[in-house]
Design a protein around this ligand. Structure first.
Ligand SMILES: [Zn+2]
Ligand SMILES: [Zn+2]
Ligand SMILES: [Zn+2]
Ligand SMILES: [Zn+2]
Ligand SMILES: [Zn+2]
Ligand SMILES: [Zn+2]
Ligand SMILES: [Zn+2]
Length: 1755
């Protein structure tokens, strides 16, 4: 390499190498001013080493830097040879008990859900495997880079903080000892000196901003005019823009530009040009000009080369420091000290401060180097971590401000280090108390959100893009706040209290800016013009949700804090809404003799806001007062008397009314933004601190006021007061039908209001509201989710709110309420509700959406009917309220409530037109049910002699008072019970009446015991019986109907069994109904079936009728009729390949005549088996094509199939197809019919005859080709040629097929050629027939392979589609010669024949080791008719078939013997016992003789026979399939059943002697000479000399690669994988080829390559060599299987990895441990082996159109 360097450079290098590190260090040790010495050294040498323009040899640069620059420093530091010094330091060092491994991008990290203090605590794989957590519930994620292993950090883990390895180092850790004690004074002093100088140097040079001037003490004496044009990274410009600009600016190729862009993106900067100033400046101006149009220009600097040199070395130094301190904790501490030492400029002047404060100005590469150094130094030293944290906190505001201005992502900002301090509990606590961190963070946050409205609230409307961008950045502050709060204090100091409350104040200020933000007003008349911005406000709310919850959690921990916080919150709320009654006229409402004053306010007319965080926080704190009993313990400390219930409830009530009105359709004109807001208000992500708290706030308010007053206010806010205060409402409305809409609206509002009352009384599952635990709450959520339907684990998790640790608490209770059902081959594991939990079902559960509610109702009623119970869904029994909320139950028995219930029931009884709805009634019934349950509970739990105040039953028995004189509620219920129209509610009313009676009894029994059966119940029972009978009758009718339908269904199923797509996908599943029937149709006696040769079993003529799926016409298949065709799909295949490195290089020149035994590239044909008329198909295909053209003109719309390459979907099953195969009768019989002779030649005779014929043909061919030149010569030569007897080479047989069939033969033949070779169609090409035979052979081989792999019998029941496909494919291939040129086919035959029977005319023939014998057999047999048709000597075609078969079989046996590798340990080395053994031995000896004993010495005959038998089986099986389909001879029954080797049956069927060597003996004479000629081939000799390899038999099965059991080991493997093209860079989307196991760098610019003139990603490129166009991959980071086919097709497939809940985790979002599911992997493997990948993609794309639009080729 050195020779390539210019001589001048070489000279400098020599002088550099002469520089001695030891001497320099010695000089430094003597120096008085060390700084000056070192700087001089650097000033002199750094530019010499690093200043070399585009650096071609980075390794050399590193070597020189180590030698000249770092070497002296190491010598100086150690005071001796560092090779000795460092090991000494290492030995003296006490290894750290912290792991601190810094994560690479994509590396797996593990967190323990049981023991981690928060989810940011993670372990590296090594520590995890050695920890106790591997048996806990852990979560696995892939690191985004940055961050380090927390092993050893006792604060991070509740249990097991050490892995086994770090446990050892933790011994004696309690005594915090100074690490410096392990170092000598000298070393300490020298380390201080040198660290201080070089750290200072690095910081100075990295933060240096001038472009052409160095710091004075580094400036060079003579300065050359060499500059770099340095391009910097930004997040504004796209890759494409940068690449395009660079090509223009610096005249580079696209490839170079991609290289530059990739490095800029990775390192943050890259020099794109080197030269004099002007040269570089010119490039700069082009770049700036080109990129400044829409955005700010790309950052470019023209920098003097010496500056760049020093900066590069600066970075090198920092990494060097990082590695040096790895030797010793002492050195590390010294470095920390140096870094944090305050400089001469006081505050913020330490090196660490300086780096942090210039962070946003540094380029990516520099940042990551110094961040890494911080992580391995400051963060690993507990003492300095604390000091560093303080510096970080002090600079916090500044750093965040810089970050806001910076456009780089947070991961490369120093602010991202916050997680390292803030999540450490003691540090966080210290920073709160000493640095007032909470307040700082919140204030900083507020500073960045400056846009406010007139009331000082945040305003997000009309946000510019820049503001939106900043808003996204500022959200990271909330994350910091979350980190600080995530670990809760166990004890409180006064300072902590004070600072927390200070922070709480700041937080309230923040919430105050949100209270009432984004107010909306109902739009009437016009629709709103522009959807208002709403997302920002909700984003803020969503991000703050956990923080708000955590604030409450903190408050709950300390009574004093809680009381203070409560007071503060109330004060702020009063501030916000204190004057809400000002200036408005109060109105007085009165119903039932109760009256209340309230304000005049209409949600539908005035401003209303969904954002009420202060009210909601107060609600949360109020519940805590109740839960912690502070409210009872210190009532005097609480401002309870200041609470004004009407004020508390006002705003939450407005918000709920808004939801009701939106639901009633009153806000339609306000557009989608409002609908979205309402959605999120109830959504699981927000509801905890929104909807839920509004309900709590109302509960709080109501529990403190007269329920009658509340109900009236509520009626008024719902704008329903008028309706209920005027008793004739119903009657009036039925008279005025014109107002139908309004009535409907009011009905909905009434329903919503009733629902709200149900919630207020019924929702008691928050600890503090009701007497429940957190467990009860989560249990209830799960019960209601599972009441809708059984759910998978992940679905359930999604429906539950997560806490800040991403836990739902579900695992602790799920077992109690649900059963787990395991997943099958598809689908997921499911949880099912335990039946005994059904009684806790509440139809009006407040977290149900409307859709969920109706689904749950339906599901629960169905369940009840299945259990033959009545279908009533009464309210469940509820837990009691906590005392603070206890009075809430009185709403149910309040006068106004009873009045409302009475009114609605009266409407129901009187049935006034529209002014009434069933839902209303249902809700009233539910409310009555709740009241009864409540009363029953009270009675049952009543302490004796206690006065019961809940007397609902008494109240509803009383009729209304004058003047209404309405009947009692009870009476109305009894009336309704018999109303015919209320069938659905009957069961519920009956339940109410029954419960009423029970309560009555309970009341009586409390005075007079015991309980006696009353008449009422008996009455009830009799109606019940009647009902039961009725139900039974209905059930019977239903059953009969069901049975009838089932019968119809199964009839249809039988009919369409082969049209069922599911079945197609499991192609080879046993399907007994399929082909067994078809197969046995020709009635032949079972005995001695023979598939070929003169003795072939004669099959009676069978007529075949098929129906066209397009026109439904039935037609018989004959030669003369119109062609019937099967839809077919041809594809290239490497599934059987034994050599994946081989693929067709130049298809135009490729000669497919001989298939190599490695089967490296085959052509596979598949079919769905659907039959059409050729002309019907033609018409169909034309219309598809026309439609596609029209579609493409209109818009660029993709389809799952590519019409241009002839693809279409089967019109019946939508299976992807690209051609059709004609259906034919056995073609052999057509030609054989004419010639039946008894006296047939032997093999030797036949070979002789054929050889003569070939010779004659070859002479004729030669003549013909020369005859074009001279016609005169022709006649002369002819005379010389002696034609064999009966051979008429001028005879051309008549084609027996109809034109339509001929056309289809050509069509399919051309398609096979076109797809198989990937060339343009050319029906004249001589390779067309070869491709047809090849596809036939290859398809048969692949099916034989699958059958063997699955141990299925050869002729067992195959699915129709396979059977049909093989039959038509074989017959087609046999008939194809009739449409090909006769000389061409004859020519192929001659050459194929010459491979076995030597002929001088050919030179380029492969040796027998390099021929796949089955392909040869098929080619010879199918080409033979072309020769035989001119032979009138009387030799029949079947004789030829048989001889060819025998000849090829013998060649294969020889092939096997050559390549067999007999096992060493012979069981039987004795004399051959069987006939076969001695025969094989003698054959083997003959081979040895002919090869000159080059063949290995004899193994035993037993072994040889065994390996021949095993090796030849696949060939025999394929041959049996081939002749079976060719000649239509039924398969022997023995071969239809599974069992052991069917060797003998096969031999019989194939007309072979069971002692295969009999063949050789029979034809000894001819065979000896043939074998001799085979043995003399030079390739065979080379092989025997061990100079080349050959395939041995049987060929092993091809399987997909083995996958590890645990998914994380795959992730780990992939994280160690780096992009092969961009020097050691981590790949972003490492993707594993499941076929060959290669790891690829997918979906990335760096690894794009050009393929057929297009840029394609690594995966697509790989499919071309590995899978000839199709591929199966595993995207490791996404845990997703990827199917690719061609450049445009692809789909994702579910991965074979499942978590413990039987679910896949595509995208690795949940992080549950994943394990290999072998069944699913087998399924994928099967798809591959069956060549169904492309078909699968087609189905997936048809099912999901978005898949079509993906640019698969870029993956
Ligand atoms: Zn570790
Ligand atoms: Zn460890
Ligand atoms: Zn654990
Ligand atoms: Zn048809
Ligand atoms: Zn089909
Ligand atoms: Zn591969
Ligand atoms: Zn790459």
């Amino acid at each position: 390499m050195a020779s390539e360097l210019e001589p001048e450079v070489q000279a400098t290098e020599r002088t550099l190498l002469e520089c001695s590190a030891e001497e320099t260090a010695a000089k430094w040790l003597q120096a008085t001013d060390l700084t000056k010495e070192v700087y001089q050294h650097l000033a002199h040498y750094v530019p010499k080493i690093y200043c070399r323009g585009p650096n071609p040899f980075p390794q050399k640069e590193d070597m020189l830097a180590q030698h000249v620059l770092l070497g002296p420093m190491e010598w100086y530091l150690c005071g001796e040879d560092p090779a000795l010094g460092f090991p000494k330091l290492e030995q003296a060092n006490k290894p750290s008990h912290l792991c601190g491994r810094v994560f690479k991008v994509g590396e797996p990290t593990y967190s323990c859900r049981d023991c981690a203090v928060d989810p940011t605590c993670v372990l590296c794989m090594e520590c995890f495997l050695g920890s106790i957590h591997k048996d806990h519930r852990y979560r696995m994620t892939t690191s985004g880079g940055g961050g380090f292993c927390d092993c050893g950090d006792t604060e991070a883990w509740k249990e097991g903080p050490f892995c086994q390895k770090h446990e050892l180092n933790s011994a004696g850790m309690e005594v915090e000892e100074d690490p410096l004690v392990h170092l000598s004074e000298d070393v300490i002093a020298r380390a201080y000196n040198i660290f201080a100088i070089i750290f200072q140097y690095a910081v100075e040079i990295l933060t240096w901003e001038k472009e052409s001037e160095l710091p004075a003490d580094l400036e060079m004496i003579e300065k050359s005019d060499t500059y770099y044009c340095m391009l910097f990274n930004d997040e504004v410009h796209t890759y494409e823009q940068v690449i395009y600009t660079l090509q223009k600016a610096v005249n580079c190729t696209q490839k170079e530009a991609i290289g530059f862009a990739t490095t800029v993106d990775r390192d943050g900067r890259r020099s794109v040009r080197y030269g004099d100033f002007q040269y570089c400046d010119q490039a700069k101006s082009v770049i700036v000009r080109n990129t400044s149009r829409q955005t700010k220009p790309l950052k470019v600097q023209v920098m003097h080369s010496s500056i760049v040199a020093h900066q590069n070395f600066g970075l090198k130094l920092l990494s060097w420091l990082g590695s040096i301190i790895g030797y010793s904790d002492g050195l590390r501490r010294i470095l920390c000290q140096v870094g944090l030492q305050e400089g001469p400029d006081g505050e913020n002047s330490s090196l660490v401060d300086r780096l942090m404060r210039t962070d946003s100005k540094l380029w990516k590469g520099a940042r990551s180097v110094y961040h890494q150094l911080f992580m391995s130094s400051l963060l690993m030293d507990l003492k300095y971590k604390k000091l560093f944290a303080v510096r970080f906190a002090k600079n916090y505001q500044q750093l965040q401000r810089d970050f806001m201005e910076d456009d780089h992502e947070r991961a490369v900002s120093v602010t991202a280090l916050s997680v390292q301090f803030f999540t450490a509990p003691t540090l966080a606590r210290m920073l709160i108390t000493e640095e007032n961190l909470m307040t700082t963070i919140i204030k900083t946050f507020m500073d960045h959100l400056k846009q406010r409205d007139a009331q000082g609230r945040f305003q997000f409307e009309r946000y510019t893009a820049l503001q939106a961008f900043k808003f996204r950045r500022v959200q990271s502050l909330i994350l910091d706040l979350k980190y600080v709060l995530i670990s809760k204090p166990t004890e409180w100091s006064d300072e902590l209290r004070q600072k927390f409350l200070e922070g709480f104040d700041a937080f309230l200020e923040l919430l105050k800016c949100m209270q009432g933000m984004d107010p909306i007003t109902r739009q009437v008349g016009q629709h709103i013009e522009m959807e208002p911005e709403w997302e920002a406000a909700f984003t803020l709310q969503m991000k703050l949700t956990h923080v708000i919850s955590m604030m409450q959690d903190w408050c709950a921990l300390d009574e004093k804090v809680l009381i203070e916080a409560y007071k503060k919150c109330l004060a702020v709320l009063t501030q916000c809404h204190g004057g809400f009654t000002d200036g408005e006229q109060p109105v007085t409402l009165s119903i039932c003799g109760h009256s209340v004053e309230t304000i005049r306010y209409c949600v539908s007319q005035e401003k209303v806001s969904i954002h009420l965080p202060i009210s909601r926080l107060l609600a949360g704190l109020h519940v805590l007062l109740s839960k912690s009993e502070v409210a009872y313990k210190f009532p005097e400390l609480l401002p309870l008397s200041e609470l004004s219930p009407p004020m508390l409830i006002e705003h939450p009530l407005r918000c709920l009314v808004l939801c009701a009105q939106v639901h009633a359709g009153m806000w339609r004109r306000n557009g989608f933004s409002l609908v979205n807001q309402i959605y999120y208000y109830h959504n699981v992500k927000c509801r905890r601190e929104m909807f839920d708290k509004d309900i709590v706030m109302l509960q709080t308010g109501v529990s403190m006021m007269d329920p009658n007053h509340f109900l009236m206010i509520m009626l008024s806010r719902f704008e329903l007061y008028q309706i209920f205060s005027s008793p004739d409402y119903g009657k009036r409305l039925s008279a005025e039908i014109t107002h139908k809409d309004v009535v409907q609206q009011n009905n909905t509002l009434i329903e919503e209001m009733l629902y709200l009352i149900i919630m207020l009384v019924g929702e008691r599952y928050s600890p503090g509201v009701g007497q429940v635990s957190a467990m009860d709450e989560i249990k209830r959520e799960i019960i209601h989710q599972l009441s809708i339907k059984p759910m998978a684990h992940s679905e359930l998790v999604k429906s539950l709110p997560e806490d800040e640790n991403k836990e739902t608490g579900m695992e602790s209770v799920i077992e109690a309420v649900a059963h787990f059902r395991k997943p099958g081959l598809t689908g997921r594991g499911m949880y099912e509700l335990k039946p005994e939990c059904a009684k806790e079902f509440n139809l009006y559960f407040y977290h149900f959406s409307r859709a969920e509610q109706s689904k749950a109702e339906e599901a629960q009623r169905k369940l009840k009917r299945q259990h033959r119970e009545d279908s009533a869904l009464p309210p469940p029994v509820l837990p009691p309220f906590c005392p603070l909320f206890a009075s809430l139950v009185n709403i149910l028995q309040s006068d106004v409530m009873l009045y409302i219930m009475g009114t609605i029931l009266r409407w129901a009884v009187e049935r006034h037109g529209y002014a009434w709805s069933e839902s209303m009634l249902q809700r009233v019934l539910h409310l009555i049910g709740m009241a009864l349950q409540e009363e029953k509970q009270h009675l049952e739990n009543a302490v004796e002699e206690h006065v019961l105040t809940f007397t609902f039953t008494q109240k509803i028995s009383k009729p209304g008072e004058a003047p209404n004189n309405s009947p009692s509620i009870l009476a109305m219920l009894e009336t309704l019970q018999n109303a015919p129209s209320l069938e659905v509610h009957k069961d519920m009313i009956r339940w109410i009446l029954k419960t009423f009676n029970t309560i009555k009894k309970l009341r009586e029994s409390s005075s007079t015991s015991p309980v006696v059966e009353t008449e009422g119940t008996i009455m009830e029972e009799s109606t019940r019986d009647k009902d039961k009978a009725e139900r039974k009758r209905k059930a019977e009718i239903a059953r009969l109907r069901r049975e009838k339908i089932m019968a119809q269904m199964s009839e249809m199923q039988r009919h369409f069994i082969d049209e069922n797509r599911e079945l197609f996908q499991q192609t080879l599943e046993l399907d007994a109904s399929a082909s067994a029937v078809l197969d046995s149709s020709p009635m032949v006696s079972d005995t001695a079936l023979t598939a070929l040769g003169p003795a072939q079993t004669q099959v009676p003529e069978q007529r075949q009728f098929v129906t066209c799926i397009l026109c439904q016409e039935e037609q018989e298949v004959t030669e003369e009729s119109r062609a019937m065709v099967l839809a077919a799909f041809i594809q290239r295949s490497t599934v059987l390949s034994k050599n994946r490195t081989k693929f067709i290089q130049d298809p135009e020149k490729y000669d497919p005549l001989f298939m190599h035994p490695d089967l490296s590239c085959g052509t596979h044909t598949g079919s769905c088996g659907h039959v059409m008329h050729a002309h019907c198909w033609q018409r169909y295909f034309d219309s598809v094509q026309a439609k596609e053209q029209r579609r493409q003109q209109r818009l660029r719309f993709h389809t799952s199939y590519d019409v241009e390459s002839g693809e279409f979907l089967c019109p019946l099953c939508e299976c992807l197809s690209n051609t059709v195969i004609p259906l034919l009768l056995p073609p052999r019989s057509i030609f054989n019919r004419r010639l039946i002779f008894s006296d047939q030649p032997s093999l030797a005779q036949w070979i002789r005859t054929i050889s003569q014929q070939i010779k004659a043909l070859l002479v004729l061919r030669k003549e013909e080709s020369s005859s074009n030149a001279a016609t005169s010569k022709n006649s002369e030569n002819r005379n010389e040629l002696e034609l064999p007897e009966g051979f008429k080479p001028n005879f051309h047989p008549k084609n027996p097929y109809s034109d339509s069939i001929k056309e289809m033969l050509t069509t399919f033949g051309t398609a096979t050629y076109k797809v198989g070779l990937k060339v343009h169609p050319n029906e004249e090409d001589p390779r067309v027939p070869i491709m047809c035979w090849g596809s036939c052979a290859y398809t048969i081989q692949s099916i034989e392979r699958i059958l063997s792999d699955e141990d299925k019998p050869l002729f067992g029941p195959l699915p129709c589609r396979l059977d049909d496909c093989l039959r038509s494919l074989t017959r087609f291939a046999a008939a194809h010669w009739t449409v090909a040129s006769l000389p061409v086919v004859q020519g192929h035959f001659c050459k194929l024949f010459a491979a076995l029977v030597p002929n001088d005319s050919y030179e380029d023939l492969p040796c027998i080791l390099d021929i796949d014998m089955f392909h040869l057999l098929v080619g010879l047999v199918l080409a033979l008719p072309a020769l035989q048709c001119q032979d009138f000597s009387g030799i029949s075609l079947s004789t030829g078939d048989l001889h060819i078969f025998h000849l090829v079989t013998m060649a294969h046996i020889v092939q096997i013997l050559f390549t067999s590798r007999p096992e060493e340990n012979g069981m039987d080395q004795g004399n051959p016992t069987s006939e076969e053994e001695s025969a094989v031995l003698s054959l083997y000896r003959m081979l040895q003789q002919y090869t000159g004993s080059a063949l290995k010495a004899t193994a035993s005959g037993w072994h040889l026979w065994r390996s021949v038998k095993a090796g030849i089986m696949p060939f025999l099986k394929c041959s049996a399939l081939f002749f079976h389909y060719l000649n239509g001879v039924p398969s022997p029954p023995d071969l239809q059943v599974p069992g052991t080797s069917h060797f003998e049956h096969l031999c019989n069927y194939l007309s072979l002697p069971t002692n295969l060597f009999g063949l050789f003996q029979e034809n000894r004479e001819i065979m000896n000479s043939l074998i001799e000629s085979w043995c003399h081939d030079s390739e065979v000799k080379r092989y025997l000399r061990g100079e080349r390899d050959a395939i041995s038999y049987p060929r092993g099965a091809n399987k997909l690669i083995d996958l590890p059991e645990d998914y994380s080991s795959l992730i780990n493997q992939a994280s160690n994988f780096s992009c092969p093209k961009s020097g050691g860079d981590k790949s972003r989307a490492p993707t594993l080829c499941l076929v060959c196991g290669s790891l690829l760098c997918s979906q990335s610019y760096c690894c794009q390559t050009e393929l057929e003139g297009e840029d394609v990603g690594a995966c697509t490129a790989h499919t071309y060599s590995c899978g000839s166009g199709a591929g199966i991959f595993l995207r490791v980071r996404e845990c997703q299987v990827l199917f690719l086919a061609g450049k445009t097709k692809g789909c994702f497939y579910s991965p074979p990895y499942l978590d413990d809940y039987g679910e896949t985790d595509q995208g690795l979002r949940r992080g549950n441990p994943l394990h290999l599911c072998r069944e699913r992997f087998k399924k994928i493997q099967k798809l591959w082996q069956q060549h169904s990948v492309t078909e699968e993609i087609g189905h997936a794309q048809e099912a999901n159109q978005t898949l079509v639009g993906i640019d698969w080729q870029h993956l």
